[in-house]
Design a protein around this ligand. Sequence first.
Ligand SMILES: O=C(O)CCC(=O)C(=O)O
Ligand SMILES: [Fe+2]
Length: 311
Amino acid sequence: MTGADIRIATVSLERPLAELAATLGQGFAETGFAVVEDHAIDAGLIARAEQLAQDLFALSESEKMSGHRPGTGGARGYTPFGTEKAKDARVHDLKEFWHIGRELGANHPLAWGMPENVWPEQLPEFAATFRALYTAFEAAGARILAAIAIHLGLPQSWFEDPVRDGNSVLRVLHYPPLPDDLPAGAVRAAAHGDINTITLLLGAQEAGLELQTKDGEWLAVNPPAGALVVNIGDMLERLTNGRLRSTRHRVVNPGGAAARRSRYSMPFFLHFRPDFLIEALPQCVAPGDRLAKPITAHDFLAKRLREIGLV
Ligand SMILES: O=C(O)CCC(=O)C(=O)O
Ligand SMILES: [Fe+2]
């Protein structure tokens, strides 16, 4: 099959779970990606979040920097342009972002793994809007994980405990218009695999996102407006001993008029809880397989954040 023949699976989240499991399972086996429609994340909420993303990145650099927390791995608040780079990349990505995480309260047993959120004080509606979007992403993610569990031959509730109070992060992402003095080799987002369990992405209808097929070719991901793009992250690949693949993807620089436009997107990186031990599932192991060592989600994340320049 050549890149041109490969289709990214598209499925409605309203379909019965067994059908979702089959379609997503096949799609993930083929490309590691799927387009999910009818995800029940309110269109009005998405529109408000998109407007706030534009307002956020239009603030002055010093206003945005008041939301920057150096030394915390960009876990919350603002990470300026020119900070993150893909693992093994030589130049930084052409992006800035703001991270929103879970709010557990200081006395929660997992509070050690979850820094407090930072909110831009200039935008009074920001906190409530993104808290609501975080919750809506979680609900869609739970249904997708139930389908993945069925696909793997697990009880449909299998992922509920591993992701309860998980360290999921909503990333509000801005790729500014391309600078005139573009550093050699710099792209909006260099090729990478996501670190987490699964990623749910809104906003990818603006061109640029590409996935790498098994043959090494790059395939454009062009979802309809409002749809979710879902992909497997490295933690789920490790849990399934590679049966579900974390597909490398990138955001390429546009040409023509789009080069002078911003691109905005909102990935939700759904994570396990920090103390969850990522250990190959017995149903995904064949005799003689060499298995990766068990590692907690927290330690896995800390190692990867060092590799991408965030700590
Ligand atoms: O902006 C996009 O379309 C994708 C972003 C992405 O892959 C990431 O932030 O990990
Ligand atoms: Fe990504």
